[in-house]
Design a protein around this ligand. Structure first.
Ligand SMILES: *Cc1c(COP(=O)(O)O)cnc(C)c1O
Length: 391
């Protein structure tokens, strides 16, 4: 056999392992110091009551002969697809039931969707970015070109007519920067994609953090998107499903004359056997009135944390974006420090851990990511330490 040598081209990700190593070393030398982690990219609040109740009751159903379920539809049960269809409708987007595919999370589908595209496509990825887009395409041996996200464009790059790309990744609200595209900006990408017969892979994993009705939660809120975009979303950040695993992907039938929708169905029915019934029942409960109220409380909790951090940075004139419609705050390291210099500076002076922006791409150098996924108490304490230190 011959191995897929493209794997040799994937850059080793030292980001989170180096962070963990540095923190462990510091903790060992300073056992009396309490370290606060504001670098967490995972939710911390537990599943809400409505979801837990649905998971338990579905488990009971699986233990009774009359209600037991074996293989389900690969593309998801209708009871969940209907809820998602309705969720889109509430935000002004009409989708057909068979345009929605239930997945075990956005990350798997963001990688799996590449099965549908030829290897000779050119991929356009913003820099800095969520590393999955680059690594999955590198594994497949595709050519990747980068578009700069930087302070000049508020970390929201727009299409360049001189660049020819076939597959375009957009993540909004963005990880790591927290930046959100407005409708006019997304329209430019949609026009570019339609004109160049390119496809946009739109990652909306953080749409639930958007509160401004004017900002698009789905790319399909903008005219022309159905002929050029596939959307990936997830219950992970919306309802704390990072360990429970459920998401969905929308492949419109208007896209490439319905070919991609058919191909995706074929791909999923061949390589995937669906998300567990129990998990889909849990996900369905997210859309119940009680579930909606409870997940909103959790999202508000994270948003309050983000506000605390953002207000502190504002007070001390530290340039930053994000935090309003995102759990992420992206700040410019003060005094011209590099990302890792600022990491060491925060760790040794105030015992706060964040994520160096340089780990997300070349343009992330000199920037730093803080997250609101910590506890309220820890976030408050971190802000108090920063206040004291800056004063
Ligand atoms: C967390 C995250 C996801 C969600 O991934 P899941 O596999 O659904 O847990 C997708 N995209 C981005 C950018 C993320 O940060």
């Amino acid at each position: 056999m011959n191995i897929n040598t493209n794997y040799q081209n994937i850059a080793d990700s030292y980001l989170f392992s180096t962070v963990a190593k540095k923190v462990a070393e510091y903790a060992q030398k300073n056992p009396d110091k309490k370290i606060i982690k504001l670098g967490i990219g995972d939710v911390t609040l537990p599943l809400c009551n409505a979801v837990v109740r649905a998971l338990k009751s579905a488990s009971d159903e699986m233990g009774e002969k009359e209600t037991f379920r074996g293989y389900g539809p690969e593309q998801g049960y209708d009871f969940l697809k209907n809820e998602i269809q309705n969720y889109y409708k509430q935000h002004g987007v009409n989708l057909e039931n068979d345009e929605i595919f239930i997945s075990d999370g956005a990350k798997s589908d963001l990688g799996n969707i590449l099965d549908l595209f030829s290897q000779d496509n050119t991929v356009l990825v913003p820099d800095p970015v969520y590393p999955v887009y680059v690594d999955t395409n590198t594994m497949a041996g595709r050519k990747i070109i980068y578009i700069d996200a930087n302070a000049e464009n508020n970390f929201l790059p727009l299409p360049d007519e001189n660049i020819k790309a076939d597959i375009i990744y957009i993540c909004s609200p963005n990880n790591p920067t927290g930046a959100v595209y407005d409708k006019e900006q997304l329209k430019k990408w949609i026009d570019y994609a339609n004109k160049n017969k390119a496809v946009i892979l739109f990652d909306s994993a953080y749409e639930c953090f958007i509160t401004d009705e004017k900002l698009p939660r789905s790319i399909y809120a903008i005219e022309g998107a159905k002929t050029c975009a596939i959307e990936f979303c997830s219950f992970s950040k919306m309802a704390g499903f990072t360990g429970t695993r459920c998401g969905w992907t929308v492949v419109p039938k208007a896209l490439a004359d319905g070919i991609l929708n058919k191909m995706w169905l074929r791909r999923q029915t061949t390589k995937f056997n669906g998300v567990p019934y129990i998990v889909q029942k849990g996900a369905q409960a997210v859309f119940s009135p009680e579930g909606q109220k409870e997940i909103q409380e959790n999202l508000n909790y994270y948003k309050e944390n983000a506000k605390l951090i953002s207000n502190c940075l504002k007070k001390h004139n530290i340039w930053h974006i994000g935090g309003t419609h995102s759990p992420y705050i992206w700040l410019k390291c003060p005094n011209g420090m590099t990302s890792w210099e600022f990491f060491d500076y925060l760790l040794t002076n105030v015992q706060i851990v964040g994520t160096p922006g340089s780990g997300f791409g070349r343009n992330g150098e000199g920037y730093f990511r803080l997250t609101s996924f910590g506890s309220k108490e820890n976030t408050q304490e971190a802000v108090e330490r920063l206040e004291k230190f800056f004063d």
